[in-house]
Design a protein around this ligand. Structure first.
Ligand code: PGA
Length: 249
């Protein structure tokens, strides 16, 4: 069975002090939560505070992006080795906000994923369709293009180290969650793409998270779907008590 992964994506929220305060409240609430892995994706500058606050706990820390070069004249960028150096274990790649506002493409998703793997970070690779794509019936075509371009060039060994997050863009930050059935349909489709490229065993092992307005009151229905292996949670991960109740669905 796939162990659930409950991941928070803090986006551009919280300063260092708020980061520490969050974990003081949050850690005791999830200390006994052996059923799930727990990750928080914090802003770059607060990664040291997050790593320090979670030392010795079950919670691991992730970044929300990385650049693919090891080092160099890339003003404003952060590399994989820099993230590893501050104790970061995970990295979110290809989030729809990065695709929408920062020119992320399948090609750059792939480059970032390869770099993350090269330097020992665990990538959470995001895919998902926009509202007009869902309404025009092209959800599967969009997911296939994202999978083919951003994920399928990975080798079997590389693929075995990634987590996929299905995040329908129309459900992110809007309060409109996909119904558990809609999410499960998309997960089933993604898993069929994985099976086609990497085989049935890899498909059975891969964790596919759902993201998009996951809240304490809808997480149970989503997690009741065998296809849904965890959640990538934005807004509701900012509150310690709320996110703990999501982790402990
Ligand atoms: P949301 O964000 O939970 O606030 O909808 C999810 C995400 O962007 O990962």
């Amino acid at each position: 069975m796939r162990k659930p992964l409950m991941a928070g994506n803090w986006k551009m929220y919280k300063n260092a002090g708020e980061t520490t305060a969050f974990f003081e409240k949050f850690l005791p609430l999830v200390a006994g939560s052996a059923h799930a892995d727990v990750v928080i994706g914090a802003p770059f500058v607060n990664l040291p505070a997050a790593v320090a606050a979670t030392a010795g706990s079950k919670v691991e820390i992730g970044a929300q992006n990385l650049f693919w070069a090891k080092e160099g004249a890339y003003t404003g960028e952060i590399s994989g080795p820099m993230l590893v150096g501050v104790g970061c274990k995970w990295v979110i790649i290809g989030h729809s906000e990065r695709r929408q506002y920062f020119g992320e493409t399948e090609e750059t998703v792939l480059k970032r994923t390869l770099a993350a793997l090269e330097y020992g970070l665990k990538p959470i690779v995001c895919v998902g369709e926009r509202l007009e794509e869902r309404e025009s019936g092209s959800t599967e075509a969009v997911l296939k293009a994202q999978f083919d371009g951003g994920i399928a060039p990975l080798s079997d060994a590389q693929f075995g180290l990634i987590t996929i997050a299905y995040e329908p863009v129309w459900a992110i930050g809007t309060g409109k969650t996909a119904t558990p059935e809609m999410a499960a349909d998309a997960h089933r489709y993604l898993r069929s793409l994985v099976a086609g490229k990497y085989g049935a065993e890899a498909a059975a092992k891969t964790r596919i998270l759902y993201g998009g307005s996951v809240k304490p009151d809808n997480v149970k229905g989503l997690m009741a779907q065998p296809e849904i292996d965890g959640a990538l949670v934005g807004g509701a991960s900012l509150d310690a008590v709320g996110f703990a109740s999501i982790v402990n669905f």
